[in-house]
Design a protein around this ligand. Structure first.
Ligand SMILES: Cc1ncc(COP(=O)(O)O)c(C=O)c1O
Length: 419
């Protein structure tokens, strides 16, 4: 295991240099450290190999019944199995999507549609009363979600087809409180969507605790004819950094994003008991692929790469996590030695569980490599606007500019980053 992980680190270290923008002076490659792994990660060499092979040898249409098609179909089946294994789910509960944005939008679209179809008759002449007469579906999220959750929800609010509660996270530790989620539940609540790990702080949200409370609540709601509350988590920033298991988390739906764990820029969605326990309504209609839940001719090379990246996570996750934790702790120790940085760092260090790759330090290099870290600007994590605390509807609050970290041996400084 350690040998495999060491090989992985070695390979990843080689892939980690990052081009400078136009007009910027580029330090020599040996002095560059790419520090924004929450934004994206380079492709693992084995992933590139799997994708290249699929492009060369499995170009057939996976829906074709003859050998060229069957070859592509086998690759897709294997990838689906590997993704299911990575999260402790069943292959039949995985569908491929174009990425995290699509997976998140699909979840929201689906629960709203299900609510409207299931409760449409309440409040009509045929069924004039009922606990949900005249209600629109209600969804609960928190104020630090990625835009691919926040914006579709804001859109639904604007269109008045759903009600949404944005639960604020703790200003002290960045976590959402389980009690606050429970307090937001209404009769028409049909979805709680809370990310597993935040893309900017790395703070891990209490998903299993939320799940246990919602399960207990669902039993009572069923007796009163109220909709089941589904639990979704966007696991984009947790996969590859810590073990993720859908049974332990107790989630109904989980978003997977390949390019956050050394895979390609596609994604997947886990749906517990797809179509039987958990309904899913497609956003697209077409040629029947992905059992009609997400039609469109499959992108075999990308799926092959995603499957390979998932296989590597399953094989090496413990070693990756231990190594990243070591690098993170080392970075934080050094930051604490700088008085102006220590002020900013302490609250999170004392705070809740975080992913080991919080703020995305370059986690593949050995200690020697880290000491040689060059002046790479770690601008902007994860390509979104600045982090929590946000105003009620999730807009970055004024005067709370995100800090980007510039490491430049031997000096170190914090600068506000423009989102
Ligand atoms: C937490 C989280 N969710 C979803 C996404 C969206 O992924 P993509 O832009 O690949 O669709 C990202 C990407 O930054 C993310 O960090």
């Amino acid at each position: 295991m350690e040998a495999a992980a060491a090989a992985g680190r070695e390979a990843r270290g080689r892939a980690a240099s990052h081009p400078c923008g136009p007009g910027e002076k580029s330090p020599p490659d040996s002095r560059k450290v790419y520090m924004d792994y929450n934004a994206t990660t380079p492709l693992e060499p084995e992933v590139i190999q799997a994708m290249t092979e699929a492009m060369r040898e499995a170009w057939g249409n996976p829906s074709s019944p003859y050998p060229a098609g069957r070859k592509a179909k086998d690759i897709i089946d294997t990838a689906r199995e590997n993704i299911a294994k990575m999260i402790g789910g069943k292959p039949q509960d995985i569908i491929f999507t174009s990425g995290g944005t699509e997976s998140n939008n699909l979840v929201i679209h689906s629960v709203v549609k299900h609510f409207h179809l299931t409760h449409a008759s309440e409040g009509t002449r045929a069924e004039p009363s009922g606990p949900l007469a005249g209600a629109v579906p209600h969804l609960i999220t928190c104020t630090v979600e990625h835009d691919s959750i926040r914006l579709p929800l804001e859109h639904l609010l604007e269109e008045q087809v759903a009600a949404v509660t944005f639960v604020p996270v703790s200003k002290v530790n960045g976590q959402v409180e389980v009690e606050d989620i429970l307090a937001a539940v209404r009769p028409a609540t049909c979805l709680v969507t809370i990310m597993l790990a935040n893309n900017e702080t790395g703070v891990i949200m209490p998903i299993s605790e939320i799940s246990q409370r919602i399960k207990a609540l669902n039993q009572k709601r069923a007796a009163s004819g109220l909709p089941v509350i589904l639990l979704h988590t966007d696991a984009a920033q947790a996969l590859g950094k810590q073990r993720v298991d859908v049974e332990d988390l107790g989630v109904d739906l989980l978003t997977i994003v390949g390019h956050k764990f050394y895979g390609p820029r596609i994604g997947a969605l886990y749906i517990r008991g797809l179509g039987e326990l958990t309904p899913l309504y497609p956003m697209l209609f077409g040629g029947g692929q992905e059992r009609n839940f997400r039609p469109g001719t499959e992108n075999t090379p990308m799926i092959a790469g995603l499957g390979k990246a998932a296989e590597l996570v399953t094989k090496n996750c413990e070693a990756y996590e231990a190594h990243m934790r070591d690098v993170r702790d080392y970075l934080e120790e050094r930051l604490e030695a700088v008085p102006s940085a220590a002020e900013l760092w302490h609250p999170l260090r004392r705070g809740p569980e975080r992913t080991p790759a919080q703020r995305g330090p370059q986690h593949h290099q050995g200690r020697r490599g880290r000491r040689r870290a060059g002046p790479e600007a770690g601008r902007g994590a994860a390509g979104g606007p600045g982090l929590a605390p946000r105003a009620p509807h999730g807009r970055p609050s004024e005067g709370c500019a995100r800090m980007a970290l510039f490491l430049s041996c031997p000096s170190l400084s914090f600068v506000p980053a423009s989102a």
